[in-house]
Write a protein that binds this ligand. Structure first.
Ligand code: FAD
Length: 406
């Protein structure tokens, strides 16, 4: 790294969002400095490590030589208050459980090989606008440094200091924060290639619990509930007791997954906000790795355009938001709808809804991707009154998700 150099872009945070941006921007000819406060990239990572096969496709074949996949996913089991609702088995992998530390390091290495400079043990502490540039203030080891750049990229995770310092938005929002508590555990009796999801008021009111297996009976087991941080450990214990014949806990983590990016402006003059910093995690599941990666990729395109036009104002940088929406809009809208629908049901209605699914589907074998519409058709065929009972809530959720987005 060279603190005397003038970089086209300074990126704060070497998680999936920051490293993806650094890689694509360096490949496009920008000079990039990637800044990470931890002593090494991915020293501490909070994650259940599940990703869809779409992200794996995006990464391309070359990445698979890097051993960052712990297990492939060949099925899933959904339970409601401990009662089995549906079991789906897949004819080909629908996703994978990563080794996040290896994955994040791979993404940072790839950025470095593409030409990015990197400064670890270096903390972003503030920024000030200076004409049509930004002065970025860092502390590296014991030393304070100030660097001028036309583009500051905030990929600094849920508590984004970049967004806060420059007054773009307040990174905290209880309504859209997903609080998660997770253990790494040996869970006797689980299938190594299956995901387990649990819902219901005794397991995770308005949220869900998960088991994401990593092989040999070991798994990330967690619970995430929107807007609620109390008693997460108790809910998790309940879920563990219902799903594991016996269990042994090897590690505990907790953290926040920020959602609700669509309510904020995630770009400004000389600034782009990515990944968790931009609250891009999925509104229903809290999964954020894929969207973080895609935000890095699309933001790099906007940065390339800005460099070409010698204009880093929001007029040019807004292409980031436009491009990002194209990539993620469909899935995001579907899960926003599903979340609003789920939250609109009382516990009795949820139980009734789950029973209808269990009676119609129960157990099925499919070839990915999973098609929610064909599942709905199956349920309606078995239970013609289903739409009448839940259609009104469905229309409400559809209207609300559109209203939130527009
Ligand atoms: C318990 C839990 C389970 C999860 N499970 C899943 C899952 O199964 N699948 C999924 O897709 N997503 C999951 N997520 C979400 C996922 O981990 C995040 O969405 C993803 O890490 C976002 O990537 P990012 O690059 O935006 O941010 P991060 O990965 O948080 O990276 C931000 C980086 O910025 C650095 N940083 C922060 N502040 C500064 C500063 N001031 N100066 C310099 N560097 C700084 C941090 O050290 C960090 O390295 C989970 C989250 C939690 C909490």
């Amino acid at each position: 790294m060279n603190f005397n150099k003038k970089y086209d872009a300074i990126v704060i945070g070497a998680g999936p969002a920051g490293s993806a941006f650094a890689y694509y921007a360096s490949r496009a000819g920008l000079s990039v400095l990637l800044v990470e406060k931890q002593r090494e990239v991915a020293h501490t990572v909070l994650c259940a490590e599940g990703v869809s096969s779409e992200l794996l496709k995006l990464l391309g074949n070359e990445s698979f030589t890097r051993n960052f996949i712990a297990t492939y996913v060949y099925g899933g089991i959904l339970t409601h208050n401990g009662k089995r609702i549906v079991e789906v088995s897949l004819s080909e992998p629908g996703g994978a459980i990563l080794e996040r530390k290896i994955f994040d390091r791979y993404l940072a290495e790839r950025a470095v090989l593409a030409g990015s400079d990197i400064a670890v043990n270096t903390k972003f502490v503030g920024a000030e606008r200076k004409g049509d540039e930004v002065e970025v203030q860092l502390i590296t080891g014991e030393r304070k440094v100030q660097l001028l750049t036309p583009l500051l990229v905030g990929a600094d995770g849920p508590a984004s200091k970049v967004a806060k310092t420059l007054g773009i938005f307040d990174p905290y929002d209880k309504n859209d924060d997903f609080f998660a508590y997770q253990v790494y555990a040996y869970c006797d009796g689980i299938k190594d290639n299956y995901l387990y999801f649990g819902i219901g008021e005794h397991i995770a009111p308005l949220g869900y619990a998960w088991i994401f297996p990593k092989g040999g009976g070991f798994a990330n087991v967690g619970v995430g509930i929107p807007g609620k941080r109390e008693n997460l450990d108790k809910y998790l214990n309940n879920f563990l007791e219902k799903h594991c014949e016996s269990f042994k806990i090897l590690g505990i983590t907790h953290g926040v997954v920020p959602t609700g990016f669509h309510k904020r402006r995630i770009f400004d003059d000389n600034v782009l906000i990515l990944g968790d910093a931009a609250r891009l995690a999925d509104p229903l599941t809290g999964g954020g790795i894929a969207n973080a990666y895609i935000s890095g990729m699309t933001a790099a395109k906007a940065a390339e355009k800005a460099k070409k036009e010698k204009d880093f104002s929001k007029r040019v940088l807004k292409t980031y938001y436009r491009e990002l929406r194209k990539w993620i809009l469909h899935d995001y809208m579907v899960t926003l709808f599903a979340k609003l629908f789920y939250h609109s049901l009382s516990s009795e209605e949820l139980e009734e809804f789950m029973n209808s699914i269990r009676d119609a589907i129960g157990k099925m074998e499919i070839t990915p991707p999973i098609n929610p519409l064909s599942m709905l058709m199956k349920i309606v065929k078995k239970d013609p009154m289903f739409l009448l009972r839940f259609g009104r809530k469905g229309i409400y959720a559809a209207k609300e998700s559109l209203r939130e987005f527009i």
